[in-house]
Design a protein around this ligand. Structure first.
Ligand code: V07
Length: 238
């Protein structure tokens, strides 16, 4: 594989429920299988030298799902670390989380905070889970924080620029200095952004796979990297 490795790769892990339903399994089986794909892709991305891998685990819109499914999904971060923590440590992977923490149930939040703490000294890839994340909500939140600074006299309106905004995005606390997404991957055939990392995706390359997320593996990830390497990015210039 020749060419630049994207520093920040983001993934919309779509198609878990549909994968299960096609096999006459409950949707929850698809979510379980999806966790195995998370492990495969995280290990491959770290082997390839990706700096940050951000995975869309749960959106601010996912609260509209049936309560049983929400309960199941909120246990997955706990299961994930129970099973995969040794492998994360072995691979020198640091865990971070991007999202609104308030609505996350206590036991889930605790398990996540513990994993963040356990891996904080790892200086390999950052595995960043977007949990209760929404792109518009993130921008509104940043705007409110900036407005407060102005109101309290700590910031002049004329000093607000893109860097000010970036300081107040949810990704600022988890993945600085790699907030900008280089490669955005979505599984399962849909070709849309679904409110994921709106600001951070301004100049990203997109890669779509028709495979459902439980079918995703390291080799498909490598295909996405090769595709990225064949493109020329101009960031608006020539
Ligand atoms: C979830 C499995 C992967 C496919 C997508 C839907 C279901 C890993 C996590 C996770 C989240 C935070 C964290 C550690 C692990 C997760 C949810 C769903 C809600 F700190 N997979 N996974 N969280 N799925």
């Amino acid at each position: 594989m020749e060419g630049p490795i994207p520093k920040h790769v983001a993934v919309i892990m779509d198609g878990n429920g549909r994968w299960a339903q096609k096999r006459n399994l409950p949707r929850t089986e698809g979510h379980k299988e999806g966790m195995e794909a998370v492990r495969r892709v995280a290990v491959r991305a770290s082997e390839r030298g990706v700096k940050v891998l951000t995975l869309f685990a749960f959106s601010t819109e996912n609260w509209k799902r049936p309560l049983d499914e929400i309960r199941f999904l909120m246990k997955l971060p706990i299961d994930f670390f129970d099973v995969f923590m040794p492998e994360l440590l072995k691979n020198n992977i640091r865990v971070t989380v991007t999202g609104f923490k308030g609505k996350i149930p206590g036991p889930t939040r605790k398990a996540v905070e513990k994993a963040v703490e356990q891996t904080k000294d790892n200086d390999g890839m950052i595995l960043n889970f977007a949990l209760n994340y929404g792109g518009r909500a993130e921008i509104v939140n940043a705007t409110k924080e900036i407005a407060q600074l102005v109101k309290s006299g700590r910031l002049n309106v004329s000093d607000i620029d893109e860097a000010t905004f970036e300081d107040h995005l949810l990704t600022a606390s988890s993945v600085t200095p790699y907030q900008e997404v280089d490669l955005m991957i979505r599984s399962s055939g849909e070709q849309r952004l679904s409110n994921f990392l709106l600001w951070q995706n301004a100049y990203s390359e997109f890669y779509f796979s028709n495979l459902a997320w439980p079918e995703f593996n390291g080799d498909v990830f490598d295909e996405a990297l090769s595709s990225f390497q064949q493109r020329s990015r101009r960031f608006g210039g020539l």
